[in-house]
Ligand binder design. Structure first.
Ligand SMILES: *Cc1c(COP(=O)(O)O)cnc(C)c1O
Length: 234
């Protein structure tokens, strides 16, 4: 059986290869998506050198964080945000990738203690403009970015997107290119962004080719997710 260390090395090798293919020398960070993974698995991953972990479910994350207090983990919240969870998210995470409306940004900002470092946030961009998908549309990006910038306890870092899954690398690249354009457009409007959060297990190489600065990888690192009963609904 492979250890987590082997999986981690294999993912880093793929990240490096994807960068080399397009001549990138800058850093692509790895967010290990640990939803549905136990605290013990996260601890082994941490001991193998992984420090950034992404979680989707607030209660599940807080339970595991309590068991991992001795680890210097940078926790990223990457899931959909319900209004009644903003208090906990603002208190328990260093990053939030999935801010998709002003009301949520304001609630996070109010709940973030001014004694803590500002909460790093990305705007979730609905790149496929599907009504059913969460994320801000192209026409909402500027107003949302402006609102976030005015909130001193938030630090606007960039854009996150989850394009529709595709097995075709050209299709994947076209979708990520569209996200990258939205990111560049915001930069051109004067927003100082440094984070493009795109790419998951099945498409991270295409995302890196289109400028990802952080990829969010779960199953390719930890294996398929098996949801424990306790984590199912939170
Ligand atoms: C679950 C999840 C991931 C990781 O998905 P994998 O396909 O397992 O890599 C990345 N980003 C978000 C927002 C997720 O919900």
């Amino acid at each position: 059986m492979n250890t987590f260390y082997d999986s981690l090395q294999a993912i880093h090798a793929r990240i490096d290869q994807a960068k080399a293919q397009v001549g990138r020398n800058d850093t692509v960070q790895l967010c290990a998506v640990s939803k549905a993974q136990s605290a013990e698995k996260i601890r082994s991953a941490y001991e193998a050198g992984q420090t950034i972990f992404g979680e989707n479910y607030v209660q599940e994350a807080i339970t595991k964080q309590a068991q991992l207090q001795d680890c210097n983990i940078e926790w990223h919240f990457i899931g959909p945000i319900q209004s009644n969870k903003t208090q906990l998210i603002a208190q328990h995470f260093a990053w939030v990738h999935s801010v998709d409306r002003i009301k949520i940004a304001e609630r996070l900002a109010n709940a973030r203690s001014s004694t803590m470092a500002p909460l790093n946030v990305c705007i979730q961009f609905n790149s496929s403009e599907e009504a059913s998908k969460s994320g801000a549309g192209m026409d909402e990006l500027t107003s949302l970015a402006t609102a976030i910038k005015a909130l001193p306890t938030l630090n606007l870092r960039g854009i996150m997107a989850i394009p529709a899954p595709s097995k075709d690398i050209l299709q994947q690249r076209a979708q990520f290119k569209h996200v990258h354009k939205a990111y560049l457009a915001l930069q051109q409007q004067g927003f100082a962004l440094d984070t493009l959060s795109i790419g998951m297990s099945d498409d991270f190489e295409a995302a890196i080719a289109e400028g990802a600065t952080i990829v969010r990888i779960g199953s390719a690192l930890f294996g398929a997710r098996v949801y424990a009963q306790a984590y199912k609904t939170v």
